[in-house]
Structures are given as C-alpha cells and as structure tokens.
Write a protein that binds this ligand. Structure first.
Ligand SMILES: Cc1ncc(COP(=O)(O)O)c(C=O)c1O
Length: 289
C-alpha cells in the first residue's frame, strides 16, 4: 500500500488522520475510487471532474484544486509501481472542534491510497454473484444525493451488511418509489430482448464512470441501449444482469432473492467486457516507468 497525506507520500505506519477530522466525526467529505490497468490510470480526468462536482455540491475545497488532486493520484500510483492497482482519493472537511458546523474547519484534507483490491473470487466472476433486494431504500436526492460520492456511505454499508447476513454477495437497492437504483457500490445493467437497460442516475444511482464507459462502448458496438426506470420484474425477465464499478469492474449476477436470473450464457456482457478490456489497454493516463 502507498499513501499520500496532506501534500506528500508518507509511510503507511505514519498515515494517520486525527480523530477531530470531520470526515471521521460526521462523514463530511467525498471520495473517488479508480483503477490502474496496464500501468495506465483509467478515466482519470472523469474521476477528477466528478470529484470537483461533488466538492462544489458540498461547498468543500479540494486542497491544491483539481491539479493538486491529479498530482496526488499520479504520484501515489507511481510509488505503488504495479501494472494494476486500485486508487482511493479522499477529500475530508478536515480538522475542527466537536460540532457539525463545517465553517469551523479551516483546511480540508486530501488523502490518496493505492492498493490491490479484489472484491469477488474468479469463481464468482464467472458463475455470477447472488443479489438480495435490500430492505434499505436509497435516499432521495433531497435527503442525501446519491450522485455525490460522499463519505456518508451508511446506506450502502447497511445494505451490504444485510446481504452478507442473508448469505448473499450483494444488495439491490430500490428507491422510495420501488424503482431500482443500483447495488451497494456498483451500477446495474440488464439485457431484455437484446437491449441493454440501466436505471437513470435520477432513480438513485451514482453517475458511474464504468457505467458511462459501458454505454459508450455499447454505442460503438452497435448494441441498442436505454437509460430507463427498472423494477425487479425487469431483472426476472432479463436474459442477462450485471454490475459495473471501478472496484468491482464488470460482474455477472446469477441470482436475485434466491431465484436464478438470466440465461446460461451472457453474450452482451461478454462482448462489452471484451471491448472494456481493450479500452483499458488503449486509453488512460500512462504512469510511465
Ligand atoms: C454507490 C456507487 N455506485 C456505483 C459505483 C460505480 O461507479 P464507478 O464506475 O465510477 O466506479 C460506485 C463506485 O464504485 C459507487 O460507490
């Protein structure tokens, strides 16, 4: 693991944040998760743009601005020095007195961590993961906008906990209207009658960068795709269901609430996975070396 903290790389043992940081006290902050594939940072500028938008939405200053964040990511990734890596970039409100008031925190804090992250075994990546419909609903945008990738991930964590306690791999989150939002930390796609479907972000999903890449690749591959509201019915009716995310990558779903979903083959997901693999080889910010 390599860690960047407050302006430079630090030893892992020294990578400590004070207990008075409002990111710790109140979940006041934002983050990004991104990947290095083949020594190239995939969609770095998209991640930085989403971070900047989230910072604006929360009136949070990125220390050193977007250029500072880019430098931290690239230097941490170079120090990690692996062909493949997962990068976690965090901006917290910084230290302040007890009390939720963000104006009492004079300096926000930037942290970047590079490490290996593997969420599902090879076997699950092949056979498909199990989903349960979570009893936790995704909060609406006027409560806690799911389009902001904030440090406030209790809803996601509780849904994941429920899935694990019920013996499943992942949770499916619905919004208050019963429409599918996404999984705990990944977007969802279904294929029905040859058409790729994914819920709109306004149904309670993050505007995922892997999701966007998949929609762009579908257009290039001539696969029809549509962003529209989906219910559990659509998943039971689908020939394929899969999740996407920087951490998880492209993950087939094999069952929902104990019932098998999709068919025995996944031609659309396989085609898109191949195209995604090519994209990660060709595109991205080179780390050099
Ligand atoms: C809640 C949530 N949804 C979806 C995603 C997928 O987004 P991306 O493809 O940008 O990683 C993430 C992050 O991995 C997430 O935290």
């Amino acid at each position: 693991m390599k860690v960047w903290l407050d302006g430079g790389l630090v030893e892992e043992a020294e990578a400590r944040v004070p207990v008075t940081d409002h990111g710790f006290l109140y979940g006041d902050g934002i983050f990004e998760g991104m990947r290095v594939y083949h020594r190239k940072l995939f969609r770095l500028e998209d991640h930085l743009a989403r971070l900047a938008t989230a910072a604006r939405a929360l009136a949070l200053e990125i220390p050193g601005g977007v250029d500072g964040a880019r430098q931290a990511v690239l230097e941490t990734a170079r120090a990690f020095d692996q062909d493949e890596a997962y990068l976690r970039l965090i901006v917290s409100r910084g230290e302040g007195p007890l009390g939720v008031d963000p104006t009492t925190c004079p300096r926000s804090r930037l942290v970047c961590i590079a490490d290996d992250v593997r969420i599902y075994s090879d076997e699950k990546m092949h056979a498909g993961i199990s989903l349960i419909t979570s009893s936790w609903r995704r909060p609406s945008a006027d409560v806690l906008d799911p389009r902001v990738k904030s440090l406030n991930y209790l809803n996601n964590a509780m849904a994941k906990l429920e899935a694990r306690q019920r013996g499943a791999d992942e949770a499916l989150l619905l919004n208050a209207a019963g429409h599918i939002a996404e999984a705990s930390v990944a977007n969802l796609f279904a294929v029905r009658e040859g058409k790729l479907l994914t819920p709109p972000a306004t149904d309670g999903a993050l505007e995922g960068i892997t999701r966007r890449s998949i929609l762009e690749l579908a257009a290039q591959e001539g696969l029809p795709a549509e962003e529209r509201s989906l219910g559990r019915f659509d998943l039971f009716a689908a020939s394929e269901v899969f999740l996407t995310g920087s951490g998880a990558r492209i993950v087939p779903v094999g069952s929902l609430d104990g019932r098998p979903i999709g068919g025995s083959t996944r031609p659309v997901m396989d085609q898109l996975s191949l195209a995604f693999g090519r994209l990660t080889e060709e595109a991205g910010t080179p780390l050099g070396g």
